[in-house]
Write a protein that binds this ligand. Structure first.
Ligand code: XMP
Length: 508
């Protein structure tokens, strides 16, 4: 996005840490973009990066079908850092030898670092290794700069050609001084000035939105999630009088959530429309028990409501979306792609009559979006909101959804949320689920036969996998007592101790 900033391009060879690398570079004040490893040489020249980082990847470089880059990339004179597969690729393509190791090397190990611009100010310290192949012979002109007990070439370089390789992963926190390795590459090798600041991004986006929208109107589908909320705040700063936010309340929000969102955005000088469509959604979903069917019905109904409301407003040429950079990277698309398929309530249809989609957050990572939200003085609760699925509580009520069940779950969830108010290290996501199991209980002198509530709290970085949080029995006991005492129709509370895989985070 940032035309005038110095730029690092991260060439992707299928490694799981590509976003970590790109984000770490930005954290060091240098703008970064992720591109395919097979990027055209001309495109690289057009982008004019100050440096290139080759990511890791799951394949073996010596196999025919492994991803490669244009070999001429190594003679462009642009500094290159190959990480893991990236280092092996660099060595393999320049005439070195990469072989399968007798035994792979996985986990944090101590590396013996030799004098290199990459390792300036770094003591001998653990680095994260995760490889089954290794560089056996370095290409001509290269020297070894690090080794571990099981890997003789843990790093290498050819200073004259500005080519560097590390077998370990400096982008992960398990490499204790990994950030310094990247910093050294950016500043010692690429000569970065460090001109990337989020403040500049904000200013540029505000100017760009004004330039695009001119005096016309722009519509935003506001879900109350972090991305669409920050997008709303940015647009409210850029074109307040021309912005209309439509918040479709499908009735599956948590306790008082719709009111909180309305209260926050009604304060801004924008047109805010809340559509209370709970009855309509409930009617559509009546009797439906199958999770995927619930998702589909809610997604479709969301679109119908949004379309109807947009039509009432007359012709609005611009539609804003809270698309962020990982959405684009993960869907393999380019900037300016149409509406993302994984919009959090099913995706808006492509045939809505807008002439242009505006995506002011499309260049940012999630934590950058949160930071931008702070700069825009957005309510902290919204900024730090844990992920909440588009179909909302409909996915946390097993089986048929009714008003009564929604009310039970809202109360139980609210009690569980309260238990974390003072918690300094909150789980990544925590919530209550209303199961479709009933169990026998005893309250006073009466036998009961009531609902079972399940609690779930997980820790994760990427929500692709997760560990369940080992909550203390004291907390769990307290929450259970409150739920069973304050909600008459709940007889029992259980805690979910399953990680992902094999379970998913949501129950449906
Ligand atoms: P799972 O349950 O697949 O969830 O492990 C991973 C993350 O995605 C969220 N999630 C959804 N978000 N629409 C959404 O917008 C959905 O249908 C949906 N299903 C799951 C979930 O809350 C977790 O953060």
């Amino acid at each position: 996005m940032s035309k005038n900033n110095e730029k690092i391009i991260v060439l992707d060879f299928g490694g799981q840490y590509k976003e970590l690398i790109a984000r770490a570079v930005r954290g060091l004040s240098v703008y970064s973009e992720i591109r395919s490893g097979s990027i055209d040489l001309e495109e690289i020249k057009r982008l004019a990066p100050i440096g290139i980082i080759l990511t890791g990847g799951p394949k073996s470089v010596y196999r025919e079908d492994s991803p490669k880059c244009d070999p001429d990339i190594f003679s462009l004179g642009i500094p290159i850092l190959g990480i893991c597969y990236g280092m092996q690729l660099l060595c393999h393509m320049l005439g070195g030898e990469v072989l399968p190791a007798v035994q792979g090397e996985y986990g944090a190990v101590t590396a013996q670092l030799k004098g290199s611009a990459l390792f300036e100010n770094i003591p001998q310290s653990p680095v994260l290794m995760s490889h089954k192949d290794f560089v056996n012979t370095l290409p001509q002109g290269f020297v070894n700069t690090a080794s571990t007990e099981n890997c003789k070439n843990a790093a290498c370089e050819n200073i004259a050609a500005k080519l560097y390789g590390v077998q370990f992963h400096p982008e992960t926190s398990l490499s204790l001084h990994g950030r310094t390795v990247l910093k050294n590459f950016l500043y010692n090798v690429c000569g970065a000035a460090g001109d990337y600041k989020l403040d500049d991004y904000l200013e540029k986006q505000i100017a760009s939105v004004r330039q695009t929208v001119q005096g016309q109107r722009i519509l935003l589908a506001l879900s109350g999630g972090v991305d669409s909320s920050v997008c709303a705040a940015l647009l409210a700063e850029a074109v307040p009088k021309q912005l209309t936010c439509i918040f479709v309340d499908h009735g599956f929000m948590r306790l008082n959530e719709g009111d909180k969102i309305e209260a926050i955005f009604s304060k801004h000088a924008v047109n805010f429309i809340r559509v209370n469509a709970a009855e309509r959604f409930l009617a559509k979903i009546k009797g439906v028990t199958e999770p995927e069917k619930k998702r589909k019905i809610i997604g479709e109904e969301f679109i119908r409501v949004f379309e109807e409301e947009a039509k009432k407003l007359g012709d609005i040429p611009f539609l804003a979306q809270g698309t962020i950079y990982p959405d684009i990277v993960e869907s393999g698309g380019e900037h300016g792609a149409v509406i993302k398929s994984h919009h959090n309530v099913g995706g808006l249809p492509k045939n809505l009559s807008f002439t242009q989609i505006v995506e002011p957050l499309a260049g940012l990572f999630k934590d950058e979006v949160r930071e931008l939200g702070k700069k825009l003085r957005l309510n902290r609760q919204l900024i730090n909101r844990q992920p909440f699925p588009g179909p909302g509580l409909a996915l946390r009520i097993m089986g048929e959804i009714t008003k009564d069940k929604l009310s039970i779950l809202r109360k139980a969830d609210d009690i569980f949320q309260e238990a974390f108010i003072k918690c300094r290290r909150k789980p990544s996501q925590y919530f209550a689920v209303l199961t479709d199991t009933r169990s026998v209980g005893v309250k006073g002198d009466d036998r009961t036969y009531d609902y079972v509530i399940a609690l779930r709290a997980v820790d994760t970085d990427d929500f692709m996998t997760c560990e369940y949080r080992a909550l203390s029995h004291k907390i769990l006991g307290r929450v259970s007592s409150r739920i069973t005492a304050e909600i008459p129709s709940v007889s029992r509370v259980v805690y979910d101790v399953t990680s992902k895989p094999p379970a998913t985070i949501e129950w449906e």
